[in-house]
Design a protein around this ligand. Structure first.
Ligand code: PLP
Length: 401
């Protein structure tokens, strides 16, 4: 086997298909979000594809608490939670998350990906005869968790409650079932029919597992997510989230009953066998969650900006996917064109958007995933839309009907 030739050939294939990924080197500038410095040109750019939705990554209260903790506790945690990496800051964060989601207990992981992967893999491999019912558009971390569990799985068509019902009907009543879905789907920005799914879960005695990665901190009167906004927190057995998006840090978590959380703590390899998050990160997360819990202003500004951006796109008939969330997917439908648009946005207009290609989205639905934050100004939104309108005309791209 000529290993290097194989790698080269596969990369060449990606290049030919226009979906070879080039990451822009950025330097984020605290106090200047959503501006950043582009590492290659050293020019200032406006970032339009960050998941730091509320700009909490530069919040002064968080930075202050983190610096203080860093000086007091040092850099790393020193080990796994099992072996000296369990600090009282981790325990405080878990208590904060339980309160935030109105659940008995919580467990923190090193990322949202790990939280999904290891929780689902553990549940599926330990619960006898477990069957997963998973939405077809669930995130890769969910897909891998279910796959790694080796449990039986049934995939329901995206947000299709009738199909889910049909699949539930087909499973013998004695078998444990887990319905796995997201509240806001990250690429289309659409919401799941949570109320209907919860009702079905009750009817068929299934557990509900909800990924609130793109909604925790952003929706609900206290930021608890879409389940909180809809008054359905009690109907969800396991809420999963990230500390890396609305909260502006890194890490992941689940929240649920005391028994379930203790079970995952005791059996999940992705929790047991890896170094825990550094105390400074953990303290930053506590401050971020408490701030967002008690302060709806950023959430309101975020929603306002998303509505304003959509309105401006409509004015120029730029074809964005309609949804009820803050994620604004602008459909291009071609990987090469996507790259051409984002190159022009960057070089001509100092706007940074990363093209989204297969396998993140299906071929033919390549897109720009625009994420207006609470910190984008009306001027920035107007500048983005005018740039897009000009490029759309230049490249004769299809417009919305
Ligand atoms: N779940 C969804 C729906 C996501 O979009 C992501 C990341 O983008 C994750 C989970 C993983 O979260 P994290 O980035 O904290 O690993």
């Amino acid at each position: 086997m000529m290993y290097q030739n194989f790698f080269k050939k596969e990369l060449g294939r990606l290049r030919n298909e226009g979906r070879y990924r080039i990451f822009l080197n950025l330097e984020r500038c605290a106090n200047e979000f959503p501006h950043a410095i582009s590492g290659n040109s050293k020019q200032e750019v406006t970032v339009w594809c960050s998941n730091d939705y509320l700009g909490m990554g530069q919040h002064p209260e968080i930075l202050k608490a983190m610096i203080k903790t860093l000086k007091r506790c040092g850099s790393g945690s020193g080990g796994t939670r099992n072996i000296s990496g369990n600090t009282y800051t981790h325990v405080t964060l878990e208590e904060t998350l339980s309160d935030f989601h109105q659940k008995e207990a919580s467990l923190v992981f090193t990322s949202g990906y790990v939280a999904n992967e290891t929780t689902l893999a553990t549940l599926g491999s330990c619960l006898p005869e477990c069957v997963f019912l998973s939405d077809e558009k669930n995130h890769a971390s969910i897909i891998h968790g279910i796959r790694n569990s080796r449990a039986q799985k049934k995939i329901f068509r995206h947000n299709d409650v009738a199909h889910l019902t049909e699949l539930l009907e087909s499973i013998p009543s004695h078998q444990p079932k887990i319905i796995v879905f997201e509240s806001v789907y990250s690429m289309d920005g659409d919401l799941s029919p949570m109320k209907e799914i919860c009702a079905l879960a009750k009817q068929y005695n299934a557990l509900t597992y909800l990924d609130e990665v793109h909604s925790a901190g952003l929706y609900g009167p206290q930021g608890g997510g879409i389940a909180q906004a809809l008054g359905l927190e009690n109907d969800i057995d396991i809420i999963q989230g990230t500390l890396g998006k609305a909260f502006g840090l890194i890490g992941g978590y689940i929240a649920g009953t005391k028994e379930l959380i203790d079970f995952i703590r005791s059996f999940a390899p992705g929790f047991i066998f890896t170094t825990s998050l550094p105390p400074a990160i953990v303290v930053g997360a506590v401050v971020s969650i408490n701030h967002l819990k008690n302060n709806a202003q950023l959430r309101e500004q975020h929603q306002f900006n998303a509505r304003y951006l959509k309105k401006r796109l409509e004015k120029y008939r730029l074809p964005y996917l309609q949804n009820q969330s803050h994620i604004v997917p602008l459909i291009v439908g071609n990987a090469q064109k996507c790259k051409e648009i984002t190159d022009r946005l960057l070089h001509q207009f100092k706007i940074y958007v990363q093209p989204i290609n297969y396998p993140t989205v299906a071929m033919g639905t390549e897109r720009l995933r625009l994420t207006p934050s609470a910190l984008h100004t009306p001027q920035m939104i107007n500048h983005l839309v005018q740039a897009l309108a000009e490029i759309w005309d230049d490249l004769s791209l299809p417009k919305a009907a």
